[in-house]
Design a protein around this ligand. Sequence first.
Ligand SMILES: Cc1ncc(COP(=O)(O)O)c(C=O)c1O
Length: 402
Amino acid sequence: MTTPMHFDFDEIIDRRNTHAYKYDALQKVFGRDDITPLWVADMEFRSPQCITDELQKVLSQGVYGYSSEPAELFDAIHDWILQEHGWDVKRDWYTFVGGIVRGIAYAVQFFTKPGDKIVVQSPVYHPFTLVPEGNGRSVLRNPLKGRDMDFENLEKLLTENAPVTMLILCNPHNPGGYAWSRETLQKLAALCAAHNVIVISDEIHCDLYLWGGKHIPFATVSEEAAMCSITFGAPSKTFNIPGLASSYCLIPNAKIREPFYRWLGANEFNDPGIMSSLGAIAAFRHGRQWRDAAVSYIEQNILYIESKCAEFVDKDSLPYIVPMRPDASYLVWLDCRRLLAHLAGKRVEELAMEDQLLLEDYFVNRLGLALNSGVMFGAEGLGFMRLNVACPRKLLGFDFML
Ligand SMILES: Cc1ncc(COP(=O)(O)O)c(C=O)c1O
């Protein structure tokens, strides 16, 4: 029996003046830089030592020439996905991409034309909207119904706006960390396949399931799903290495895959740098214990925040903030609508977009915290804030107050 390794997630690491976006952008985005950054989705934890050890070998040699992609990279990805999610992905389906947003952008550019329509299910990770719109495509929103997809509205959108070329799925969903059931994903696949819609499944958070939950890769739920989908995944969120820009793309359908991969290759959009390859291999081969420990620590942080929210109540003992418990990952979607109504002197039903400023001001200037404002994920985020709890518990030591 091996002794469990100890990982110090309580360690406070000073990331100021290290070109960390989460810190560098505080002044520009929040107007102050003396606040605690609980926004951008990276962790305040040191990445697993096995990754640093591997990168250190390159630094020690001190030669940073052109590299070739190690065959071991696919093998490490394959074995991880098989063991974690029971999905036996084939070598042909795979290519490297240097970041998931970039991968989505390549797919948008390759499979759609300016003016084409792309569906997103909001509130959702904002680049799902920014990338298509920035490339002259138009975005159709199918707002979520709480923790569910609105299939009635989706069918209507796809029918009334035909042809719709693409749908970008967040599996599991950000913000909220919602896991989709097999039935939901099967229904989505059937509907998209019937309307000839390519589904991009962004599964970047798939290796951070909480509370013993299991991820279901979209492409595995049915033959239709396999045939209409492009899946993106990465070790970046799981092992806190987004700065290494290492991701992968999986496409079972040769008709979609072959021309796309030819185009990626011709443009050298799928060449990994040496650090991207070695970091990913080390993570997938040797990072499991670290990941398991990080997940446990994150679960405790979520429970800690839930207990704080439960104590922050009005005179009728109703909570001002209700945290949506995530099924996966470390981004807690806080329903602050009752708090915002209180701050605005309105009823919840009367809240308007401009009121969100009061909520943003409350977190920054009253609590000294930088969170993502809910409206950056779509208008449905009015009255919500997104809190990143992948940090030493000490950084969550604030108290909600009025
Ligand atoms: C759903 C989702 N996709 C993609 C990304 C970013 O991925 P990358 O840094 O590989 O572009 C994030 C980061 O927060 C995310 O939440």
